[in-house]
Write a protein that binds this ligand. Sequence first.
Ligand code: KG4
Ligand code: ZN
Length: 356
Amino acid sequence: FLHKLVLGIETSCDDTAAAVVDETGNVLGEAIHSQTEVHLKTGGIIPPVAQQLHRENIHRIVHEALTASRISPSELSAVATTIKPGLALSLGIGLSFSLQLVDQFKKPFIPIHHMEAHALTIRLTNHVEFPFLVLLISGGHCLLALVQGVSDFLLLGKSLDIAPGDMLDKIARRLSLIKHPEYSTMNGGKAIEHLAKQGNKLYFDLKPPMQRAKNCDFSFSGLQNIVDKIIMQKEKEEGIEMGQILSSAADIAAAVQHTAACHIAKRTHRALLFCQQRGLLSQTNAVLVASGGVASNLYIRKALEIVANATQCTLLCPPPRLCTDNGIMIAWNGIERLRAGLGILHNTEGIRYEPK
Ligand code: KG4
Ligand code: ZN
C-alpha cells in the first residue's frame, strides 16, 4: 500500500464508532452505533449503562468498518483511539479493545484527544491551513480555541457550567415538546429551532449572559434558570402546562435561541478580535470553524456569519455527519499525527486502563 491507513475508534460518550481513513482523507469504511434512544428513556446518560452498550457493540462496529473498507487489520499503518476527555467507563472500552488489537497485529497506537479530533475535522473536507479559530458547541462541548498546529491548541474560552445543547435539550424537555408529533422525532435543539420560527423573540426579555466579562468564556445555566422561572410563572398564571399552548412555547423558544445566538456570537467575536489584534490570526482572511450539533442551527449560524463578515473571516462548518461524534474524525486525527510524526506509540505495554 502506498497510502497510510488508520483505523479510528471512538467510545468517549454515547456513540460506539469506527472508521478507516487514508492519507488523502478518503473514508474507506465506517460504522457507528448510537445509544441515544436508550439514554433518552432515562433522561440522561447513566455511565455503567453506556459502558455495557459499548462493550456489546465495539467488536461488531470495528469489524463493520474494516469489512466496508476491504482491508485487513494487518494492512493498517496504525490504530488511533480517543483516550480523553469523556466518560471514564466508556473510554475504557475503546481503549482496551484497541490495545488488544495493536498487540495482536503489532501496530503502532495513536492516543487521540476527542476535542482536538473535532477541531481538525475541517481539514479532512476543506483545504484549511493553520492557524484557524474553532468554535465547538454541542450537547457536551462548548469551547473556543486557536488551532495552531496538529497538536498545538490555545484554549481561549469554555463554558463555566453547561453546554448550549444541554440547555436547549433541558428547555425542550421542560416544554414537553416530545409530546407534539411535529417535534417528537427531533432532538431538543432542533425542536427549539423549528418552534422558534413561529415565536416572537422579543416577547420575553432575556439578557445575554456575561456581558461584562472580559474574556471568551460562556455560561448557559443562568439563562436556563431564568427560562425555567418564566415557564413556572406563566403556568401558575394560566393554570395550564406551557407545552399545551404552542404559541407561548414558541415565544420562549425564539427568545432562548436568540439570546443563546447573541451570547455565542459575542464571545466568538471577542476571540477573533483578540487573535487578530495580537497577530495570531490574519486581519483579512482568517478562518472561523464552527462545529458540534448546535452549530447546525441556522439562526446561530447566521449570527456567526455576521461576526465573520465584521472581522473579514470565512466561516466554515463540517457537514452535519462530521459535526457530531464519529470514528472518521478520530482516524483523520491519526493520519494528521502520522504525517506530523507526533504521539505515535510503538510500545503500549505501559498503558493500562484503570477506571476511576
Ligand atoms: O454534537 P452532538 O450530536 O453531540 C454531542 O453533544 O456531543 O450534539 C447534540 C446536541 C444536542 O444537545 C442537540 O440539542 C443539539 O446538539 N442540536 C441542536 C440542533 N441540532 C442538534 N441545537 C440547536 N439547533 C439544532 N438544529
Ligand atoms: Zn464530541
